[in-house]
Design a protein around this ligand. Structure first.
Ligand code: GLU
Length: 301
């Protein structure tokens, strides 16, 4: 089986060194394993992902010396596919609409926390779990602010023993694959589509990884916990499970994850200040060690 890798940026800001690292590791892993390397533009946020940002991103990646297989997928052109998947989930009774706004949620949680003197649980990203049980009936099952996954029902169908295969450097058997138990429950009733964006990152990423036959999802450690949710959605939608490799994250001088707002670490800005593609590899501390998991196990196992 030919290994298939992808780099899937959301072009809602300039590419920075963190993206460069992620793109390079995917490109090099595909090269070393005689695999394919695809580019996917995750531009479901059509307000923030503008055409000039996309063009700048492609230009930056080309300048870095990367080449990719065709076609380049653009999520904004695939919205009807995500809606079809949402419809499958709806017909299985796995999603429900809710009209609760962010404010309604905050209000309900605050009231509960004040009354009980306890903390309402949070998801791995630190957001409050959707407090379905605390909201009035008028805010559940109606309205179209958001479509949410019914986590309880989803787990009843998918079972509670989902896992994924991880080859990233944080796994205990690195660089050998490790089986990680998935914990989708930690995310609660997540949003799968909104009124203004008819899909979500979680839904579209699993559909597109399957559509592009991605065998190795190689992405930042910040998405490690989201993989639990992705495994659940793959199971509910009958999609295959790729191997996962969550790579190290680049941080700034204060240990913070790099963000798109740090313009000075943007590739475009570094280019205009005279950096070469080789300098970028040095700045991201690129080393052959980053490819260890793929060289030892070119097909993943
Ligand atoms: N589009 C996501 C981002 O730019 C990455 C998605 C993924 O690799 O799964 O953070």
């Amino acid at each position: 089986m030919t290994p298939v890798f992808r780099f899937a940026p959301s072009p809602n800001g300039a590419l920075h060194l963190g993206h460069a690292f992620s793109a390079i590791i995917n490109f090099e892993a595909a090269k070393r394993t005689c695999g394919r390397f695809y580019l996917r533009i995750e531009d479901i946020d059509t307000m923030r992902c503008t055409q000039d940002k996309i063009e700048q991103m492609l230009d930056d990646l080309g300048w870095l010396g990367l080449t990719w297989d065709q076609p380049v997928l653009r999520q904004s052109q695939r919205l009807s596919l995500y809606q079809d998947a949402l419809e499958v989930l709806r017909q299985k009774g796995l999603i429900y609409p809710s009209s609760a706004s962010r404010k309604d949620i905050q209000k309900a949680v605050l009231k509960w926390e004040t009354n009980t003197q306890k903390q309402w649980p949070r998801d791995p990203d630190g957001a409050h779990l959707f407090p379905r049980a605390l909201l009035p009936d008028t805010e559940i099952g109606k309205g179209t602010v958001a479509w949410r996954l019914d986590m309880h029902r989803a787990l009843e169908i998918a079972g509670s023993s989902l896992t994924w295969t991880e080859t990233g450097p944080k796994s205990q058997s690195y660089p050998k694959p490790e089986i990680i138990p998935a914990q989708p429950n930690a995310w609660g009733d997540v949003i799968l589509a909104r009124k203004d964006t008819p899909t979500s990152y979680h839904l579209s990423v699993v559909i597109d990884d399957a559509a592009q036959d991605i065998s190795h999802v190689v992405r930042g450690q910040d998405l490690f916990c989201a993989t639990s949710l992705h495994r659940l959605l793959q199971t509910l939608l009958d999609l295959p499970a790729p191997l996962y490799h969550h790579h190290r994250l680049l941080t700034d001088g204060s240990g913070q994850k790099l963000s798109k707002s740090r313009g000075d670490l943007g590739l475009a800005s570094l280019r205009t200040r005279g950096a070469s593609p080789q300098d970028i590899r040095q700045l991201v501390h690129w080393s052959e060690d980053d490819l260890k998991a793929f060289i030892i196990a070119p097909s993943g196992l």
